[in-house]
Design a binder for this molecule. Structure first.
Ligand code: HEM
Length: 116
């Protein structure tokens, strides 16, 4: 039985569709929200650490945000269909784990994923 409902998948998908319509603006909003919740994460991001605030019109930042939204959408599809996520985009979960550990991301940082 799936632990992720069709309704939840639709919610994730609609976020992805809304994001795709205005990537430049919403990427900035996305990283502003992350830095507001976890200010110390600024220096972890290669495309943020050398800037004061969030850089505008920055393709690296936009591509990164897009990748995360797309990956979240793809994961939601897998989660509903199979009850688990195996491969996300072209990267493996092992690789993603490695990147986050290497940058010093720890459990409390995942609070940025909550909307409040
Ligand atoms: C659902 C939660 C998350 C997802 C889906 C996600 C996804 C990703 C992806 C796809 C990458 C790029 C990997 C690559 O191709 O090199 C990445 C990198 C990274 N993530 Fe996350 N992430 C999440 C949560 C977080 C959190 C909570 C933090 C810290 C606040 C964080 C910090 C980073 C950093 C610092 C990088 C490296 C960026 C760079 O290239 O400089 N991530 N993440």
């Amino acid at each position: 039985m799936s632990i992720f409902t069709e309704k939840q998948e639709a919610l994730v998908n609609s976020s992805w569709e809304a994001f795709e319509k205005n990537i430049p603006h919403l990427s900035i909003l996305f990283y502003s929200s992350i830095l507001e919740k976890v200010p110390e994460s600024k220096d972890m991001f290669s495309f943020l650490k050398d800037f004061d605030g969030i850089p505008h019109n920055n393709p690296t930042l936009e591509v990164h945000a897009e990748k995360i939204f797309e990956m979240t959408r793809d994961s939601a599809v897998q989660l509903r269909l199979n009850g688990k996520v195996e491969v996300v985009d072209e990267v493996t979960l092992d690789y993603l784990g490695y990147v986050h550990v290497q940058r010093g991301v720890i459990d409390p940082h995942f609070l940025v994923c909550y909307v409040y």
